[in-house]
Design a protein around this ligand. Structure first.
Ligand code: UN1
Length: 492
């Protein structure tokens, strides 16, 4: 029997097939645990449980739903350190960043708990006498959540908390690289008093579980974070069933460094954005668009610092960069070094898989920087999702903005400049969902909308109150208390 199980209708249960999968620590190869491996039958049971729970949860007063979420936030706070350590063991990022991930989950949980006492609609005047007009937010029903491994606590809370506060119920398929962290969050929900069946957890792979969830006719909405390829497929499948889909997908985020920038600050911001989480954030900076007058000096400073970064287990205080999540991801990341070389970019630091001593047990890649990259090269166009960065020299701000916008994605971008006019030009002309001035591309806060343009998303935004637009439908209500038939647009 698997150590970690599904959670359906308030019970921890093995999958219908009894199959299992394992997860290993990406830094050491040690076994994290055995997990039940689900298929369509488990999804069917979980959707049924969520649909049953919806009948009562939707009528539970929203402030009371909020009280449960406050308790969830409290438990997350109490267990922050333990959760962060387990996260680092499971997916590799350094401990300080895992703490940040849990903190982001705490912030989102408290933020949405507060929405339980708002969830505002509108009241408007009516064009007719003795008539009342208002709009209210309604839940959709059963929400299917498909979440990634790079933010195993934060991203699930971005979806779960707004969905719950609005009165939806959930079937959740977490990434199969981070199932333990998902189990931990569901344990906390249960402890906080969330009624049985309101959140159901189904562990397993995308082909078995994700696909069944997307195709299930009783799932009203799919909220997905992952690759553009899978997201697009999800959208096509869901369209056939007329279900709502919210997608957060790839990025190819760029930092502009102008010739008037504070270069030391830019170096700090770029390294943090490119190599934090081993480059495995959707918001990671994988392109630096540098003004020609400062490009060489900037690259020199970046290379010097990057080559001194220490690889290792994220649990060690001395580690700057942890492993990437898996062997296949390591191979994929490394293949881009070959691509960059073949395209004629100049490799200035890194470029290799790191396997000295204890590193041989894990999936480590050196922080890697290419210089003199052309905007159309594959390493400047495709999402690598690892510690590989491309520096593209340009001569003007116009050219820099054109390069930033010249990719299929549009999540995050940043500009380092001391010239307020250039900063405002960038804010006006860069077409991304998130933009930073004099900071890197990562570190979005939970109270503003999160998401991107073009192939990064499909128009929805998570976080902030914008998230409520994903997880609710508007109902417009007209109450006529005149006692006579009043005809709108006719009797006015
Ligand atoms: C992600 O990589 O998918 O803005 C999320 C950031 C974090 C969230 C990243 N707050 O970098």
């Amino acid at each position: 029997m698997a150590e970690f199980k599904n959670h359906i209708a308030g019970e921890w249960v093995d999958s219908a097939s009894g199959a299992e999968f394992e997860r290993h620590n990406p830094a050491t190869g040690e076994l994290i645990g055995t997990f039940t491996k689900s298929n369509q039958r488990d999804v069917d049971a979980a959707v049924k449980s969520a649909a049953d729970a919806f009948k009562t949860w939707r009528l539970y007063p929203a402030p009371k739903r909020g009280e449960i979420l406050y308790r969830v936030g409290q438990l997350l706070m109490e267990r922050k350190e333990e959760l962060a350590r387990q996260m680092t063991e499971e997916m590799g990022k350094v401990l300080a960043e895992s703490r940040g991930d849990v903190q982001e989950g705490i912030d989102m949980t408290f933020y949405m708990a507060g929405e339980g006492r708002r969830l505002w609609g509108q009241t408007t005047p009516s064009e007719l006498p003795n008539k009342w007009n208002m709009s209210v937010r309604k839940p959709l029903g059963v929400v299917g959540m498909i979440t990634p491994w790079n933010f195993p606590t934060a991203i699930p809370t971005w979806k779960m908390m707004p969905a719950l506060i609005a009165g939806n119920t959930i079937v959740w398929k977490p990434a199969s690289y981070t199932p333990r962290q998902a189990v931990r969050l569901v344990e906390i929900l249960e402890e906080a008093g969330l009624p049985a069946g309101v959140v159901n957890l189904v562990l397993g792979g995308g082909e078995d579980v994700g696909d069944a969830l997307v195709k299930h006719p009783d799932v009203a909405l799919i909220s997905f974070t992952g690759s553009t390829e899978t997201g697009t497929q999800t959208s096509v499948e869901a369209a056939r069933l007329g279900k709502r889909v919210s997608l957060e997908m790839g990025g190819k985020n760029a930092v502009i460094v102008m010739d008037d920038a504070d270069i030391d600050l830019a170096v700090d911001g770029i390294l943090w954005s490119a190599f934090g989480t081993s480059g495995q954030r959707c918001t990671a900076a994988s392109r630096v668009v540098a003004h020609g007058r400062v490009a060489d000096d900037l690259v020199h400073a970046l290379a010097q610092r990057a080559s001194g970064m220490r690889l290792g287990s994220g649990l060690e205080d001395t580690t700057d960069v942890g492993p990437v999540v898996s062997r296949s991801q390591l191979e994929r990341v490394h293949s881009y070094v070959g691509v960059g070389r073949d395209e004629g970019a100049v490799l200035v630091t890194g470029g290799d898989i790191a396997a000295d001593g204890a590193l041989s047990k894990g999936h480590f890649h050196q922080p890697t920087i290419f210089h003199n990259v052309k905007p159309q090269m594959r390493i400047a166009q495709e999402e690598i999702f690892g510690p590989v960065m491309a520096v593209i020299p340009v001569t003007t701000l116009d050219e820099a903005i054109e390069v930033v916008n010249g990719v299929q994605y549009g999540l995050s971008a940043s500009i380092f400049t001391r010239d307020v006019n250039k900063a405002f030009r960038a804010m006006q002309d860069i077409y991304t969902g998130i933009l930073y001035v004099n900071a890197g591309t990562i570190g979005a806060e939970i109270q503003l909308p999160f998401g991107g343009t073009k192939a990064t998303g499909n128009g929805h935004r998570e976080a902030g109150t914008a998230a409520l637009d994903i997880f609710t439908e508007w109902q417009s209500i007209y109450v006529d208390y005149s006692g006579t038939l009043q005809r709108a647009q006719i009797d006015t």
